[in-house]
Design a protein around this ligand. Structure first.
Ligand code: EPZ
Length: 422
């Protein structure tokens, strides 16, 4: 298993290009199952999770070509010959469950393995099941697989999600595009990735309104056509790299960055004393001098502070002036980075869903590891300004969500390299 070696090297300066969003691409790809016509995605990120989704869709019969070094994904689901999403693939990546809704809508049946828990939480699918059953599906859990049927096709319905689940909203939204009649999803997720999916589905011929608000209304259509769609900018990669100059000092321009994707996050940076400036190429972030100020954070569904930036924000708070309280309200176990940051000299107390961070002057490099994608990258960020070397192990987590991470950080002056595993 490879590792990444980071050495604190002072302020960073230059530009970092931001890729297409992993969490948009992972729901846009299964949308191909809804149509017999081709669906082409541009601005796709080059990530191992995308490769996993490719394998899953190919196992169902989708033809996929990856063009332009992976930035273009051309798909055709004209001949689907399998409706079983196998455990071996699904257990590697929870987003595999996003084939359930589209397969049910197109084929009238789907068998999808329950993904099982992951490091950050149990990851149940009760809201996915609730919504699809509202559309008339019969779903049974057997041998760890969801066996779903909709023999007479799906029918539009009104429903209200008890929690604004991103994945459940995506599965229900995709299924509803081919249901007979009108579907209303109340308390729907409002993430930019939902709006990007709705934009793509509309380009394919779906009739959707209200995406990005709590109430989404879908008029079912008989069939969807073809489309070419550009994947939206990755707001989590954007926020992650915005923190690099905040932690190490200097000034970095994030190419393709959009302020509307990171509103709540920028409010916290502003309160911490960081200036974020919109440029004609993206966003420029600078920490001119001195320490940032400690700020409190509560993670919430969009447009609140994103849970996927909580670990990275904690890395910044470790050397902030004062004490920061971070509340993780989305996942039940998303502080695995805290004890690893503690190995670097951070002063963090975790109690249930709350982490209290007492800022220290400087962290010290150390060998560390994490068990999820965002925890891993928070350790890389901490290493950018730590004294000495930080060796982050289990780098396969990072490759799931950050394309060419070393190259992008080297490009702004970081001392970082990949160390081949033994
Ligand atoms: C998506 O996961 C993202 N993944 C996650 O990003 C992100 O953290 C999460 O949304 C929240 O923003 C993808 O888009 C591929 P949820 P998802 O359904 O859809 C509970 C990353 O690092 N819940 O909004 O699984 C669930 O247990 C990943 O890129 C139910 O109780 O998130 C969790 O506590 C990590 N029942 C909370 O809701 C359900 O049926 C949020 O889940 C579904 C979810």
């Amino acid at each position: 298993m490879d590792s990444i070696l980071v050495k604190g090297n002072g302020p960073l300066n230059g530009q970092i290009p931001i890729a297409g969003a992993k969490n948009a691409c992972l729901t846009l790809m299964p949308a191909t199952l809804l149509s017999e016509e081709p669906l082409t995605l541009t601005n796709a990120p080059r990530l191992s999770d995308i490769k996993t989704m490719t394998l899953l869709l190919q196992s169902l019969g989708t033809e996929i070509s990856s063009l332009q070094d992976g930035k273009v994904i051309a798909m055709s689901s004209h001949n689907l010959d399998n409706h079983v999403a196998d455990y071996e693939i699904v257990r590697k990546m929870r987003a595999s469950n996003l084939v359930l809704g589209p397969m049910l809508a197109r084929l009238g049946q789907a068998v999808v393995s329950l993904p099982g828990g992951c490091a950050i939480g149990a990851r149940p699918m009760d809201l996915h099941i609730y919504g699809l059953e509202k559309l008339g599906a019969q779903i049974e859990l057997r041998d760890g697989y969801l066996h779903a049927k909709a023999p007479g096709g799906l029918k539009g319905a009104e429903m209200e999600l008890s929690f604004a689940s991103v994945g459940a909203t995506e599965n229900i939204l995709m299924a509803a595009t081919l249901a007979k009649g009108t579907t209303v999803i109340k308390n729907a997720a409002r993430e930019p990735e939902i709006v990007d999916l709705a934009d793509c589905l509309r380009a394919m011929g779906a009739q959707i309104e209200g995406d990005g608000t709590p109430d989404i209304v879908i008029q079912g259509v008989d069939r969807l056509g073809s489309a070419t769609h550009a994947v939206v900018t990755d707001r989590i990669e954007l926020g992650t790299y915005m923190l690099a100059p905040c932690i190490a000092g200097g000034e970095v321009e994030l190419l393709g960055g959009r302020i509307d994707l990171v509103g709540a996050f920028c409010e916290k940076l502003d309160a911490a004393g960081i200036t974020v400036e919109e440029t004609d190429k993206g966003l420029k972030v600078a920490r001119k001098n001195g320490r940032v100020k400690a700020v409190d954070v509560v993670t919430e569904p969009f447009p609140g502070f994103p849970t996927d930036l909580q670990a990275q924000m904690m890395a910044l708070m470790c050397t902030a002036e004062g004490t920061s309280v971070l509340e993780e309200k989305i996942f039940e176990n998303r502080f695995m980075h805290a004890p690893e940051l503690g190995r670097m000299g951070a002063n963090i107390e975790v109690s249930g869903g709350t982490a209290t961070v007492h800022g220290v002057e400087k962290l010290k490099g150390a060998p560390v590891m994490a068990t999820d994608l965002r925890a891993s990258v928070s350790l890389i960020l901490a290493g950018l300004a730590a004294e000495g070397e930080t060796l982050v192990n289990r780098v396969y987590h990072l490759d799931r969500g950050y394309e060419r991470l070393e190259e992008k950080l080297k490009g702004v002056g970081a001392l970082i390299e990949r160390v081949q595993g033994v």
